[in-house]
Design a protein around this ligand. Structure first.
Ligand SMILES: Cc1cc2nc3c(=O)[nH]c(=O)nc-3n(C[C@H](O)[C@H](O)[C@H](O)COP(=O)(O)OP(=O)(O)OC[C@H]3O[C@@H](n4cnc5c(N)ncnc54)[C@H](O)[C@@H]3O)c2cc1C
Length: 456
């Protein structure tokens, strides 16, 4: 979706009043809570259902004993205009801290920084011709407007066609592997095109250097603030409350079954992943754009390590080495001030995995042992005696895999039932998974929802 075009100038429209209308939101992740915040401005009575005992979903927080920080790593890019606007709107604009960030590559047992245009152009594993091809791919990719044509070709084939095999093997393949694990060869070119669009915009045009931001206190600050605003509007957030069934009401509206009870709502918006939608929602509520094909999600297994000493100078290190059990290293403390993290350095080691990956069967202790061996292999000089604690965090439904012709398989926002909507990350057809796009997706939804309220 071209959100910029769709949203242009439409954000300050007057909210319709939906006083006395009861609205259910399934899922208390970032999508569900921001949506609840926006809908509560219509004066509707909003109730959010969240399965877990704390809000936030994939953006939630974790107690690392010395401090609380994100369960998975999150940053804000300077180009995340809609997310930054949201933070300002909820009073957290001055809580965003911007820092210079660095990106690294680990190829053939060596670390390379590609954090500035200069370093990028001197990336040693590629010769001058390959670098020109790489530069051309990025330039060409960032100028493509018609992403639909890119849905018909895999990222691998497209990148080789534009930039050649060597550039693919040395540069793109590690990056795709870091982002998608073993499934990296089955995604369409839209995935890498949207990645190029998002990441290469993060370099400030003046200095051509990367900057990234975080909110003081991490995403917990954001969820605490959203919860405060919901309380002010009498909206309810039910935690530890797994919805069991959703059916259309006999004379309109939607009925929700949860905790041995049922409750009727005028409208319901479903924000949880698609597997939950298929289990919970009556079949006639779910409509797919064109052809029904189950959407596969990638999950993430992520070791988080707290240390007394820094481990990496890079915010992101992409790893092109199948001997290493994780696909990247995220040096969160290269951005986040140490006062935020109790004086400890926090580093994330993600491995992206499909549902059939054998890693899901391993115990946390087994995963810890495997990942720690990987850390020792990658950083043989690092004194493991300075490791303070290790945490294993997992999520199975993270990234819907944008395979060929992906946009044909997703559910529509507005279903055949006028009271039932689906609004989730599977509908990001030409964007990467991030909270700026979540915000844009909600703003786009609100324009249409407002029109629906108008017609009541
Ligand atoms: C490793 C990782 C790194 C990331 N890095 C960044 C980053 O740097 N920057 C960025 O902007 N974004 C990042 N993201 C993406 C960001 O986390 C997502 O965009 C965002 O969290 C998606 O929110 P959501 O609410 O759409 O989905 P989810 O977070 O999946 O929320 C869905 C919610 O539905 C709930 N649910 C499911 N079933 C039921 C049920 N039956 N009843 C009630 N509730 C139910 C779930 O418990 C969950 O809370 C990252 C994500 C991951 C995993």
């Amino acid at each position: 979706m071209d959100y910029a075009k769709l949203l242009n100038g439409k954000k300050t429209f007057p909210w319709k009043k939906a006083t006395n209308m009861k609205i259910a939101i399934i899922g208390g992740g970032f999508m569900g809570l921001v949506l609840a915040h926006k809908i509560s401005k219509t004066n509707a009575k909003v109730k959010v259902f969240e399965r877990e005992t704390q809000p936030g979903g994939l953006s939630t927080y974790h107690d690392y004993e010395h401090f609380i920080w994100d369960r998975f790593y999150h940053v804000i890019l300077p180009t995340d205009a809609d997310l930054i606007h949201l933070m300002e709107e909820i009073g957290l604009g001055d809580q965003i801290n911007w820092r210079r960030s660095m990106t690294g590559y680990y190829v053939q047992n060596k670390f390379y920084s590609i954090s500035s245009l200069k370093e990028f152009l001197f990336f040693p594993p590629l010769n001058i011709i390959d670098k020109l091809k790489l530069g051309f791919t990025i330039f060409y990719g960032s100028r493509i407007k018609n992403w639909k044509t890119l849905e018909k070709i895999t990222a691998k084939d497209w990148l080789i066609k534009i930039g050649g095999k060597k550039t693919y093997e040395k540069f793109w393949s590690p990056l795709l592997l870091a982002k998608l694990g073993e499934m990296h060869e089955s995604v369409s070119a839209v995935f890498i095109w949207s990645y190029i669009k998002r990441l290469f915009q993060a370099r400030s045009s003046a200095a051509q250097k990367e900057h990234m931001g975080y909110v003081s206190g991490g995403y917990k600050t954001v969820f605490d603030r959203l919860q405060e605003l919901l309380v002010q509007k009498d909206a309810e957030l039910l935690l530890d409350c797994s919805v069991k069934k959703i059916i259309p009401g006999a004379s309109g509206g939607i009925t929700v079954f949860y905790n041995d009870r049922e409750e009727h709502f005028d409208k319901l918006i479903f924000t949880a992943p698609l597997n939950a939608l298929n289990i919970l929602a009556a079949p006639k509520l779910v409509e797919v754009t064109k052809k029904q094909k189950p959407i596969e999600y990638l999950g993430v297994i992520c070791m988080v390590m707290l240390t007394e000493q820094p481990l990496t100078p890079y915010y992101v290190l992409n790893i092109a080495d199948k001997e290493i059990p994780f696909t990247g290293v995220i040096g969160m403390s290269t951005l986040v001030d140490l006062e935020e993290t109790g004086g400890k350095y926090i580093t994330y080691f993600p491995k992206y995995a499909t549902a059939d990956d054998t890693y899901w069967q391993k115990t946390d202790q087994e995963l810890e042992d495997i990942f720690l061996k990987g850390v020792q292999k990658l950083y043989p000089e690092f004194n493991m005696g300075t490791v303070n604690s290790v945490h294993i965090n997992k999520a199975m439904k993270v990234q819907p895999l944008q395979v060929l012709n992906y946009s044909e398989f997703i559910p529509k926002i507005q279903t055949k039932n006028p009271d039932f909507y689906v609004l989730n990350t599977s509908q990001f057809v030409n964007e990467t998974l991030n909270n700026n796009t979540v915000t844009q997706h909600i703003d786009y939804f609100m324009i249409n929802f407002n029109k629906d309220l108008e017609s009541i």
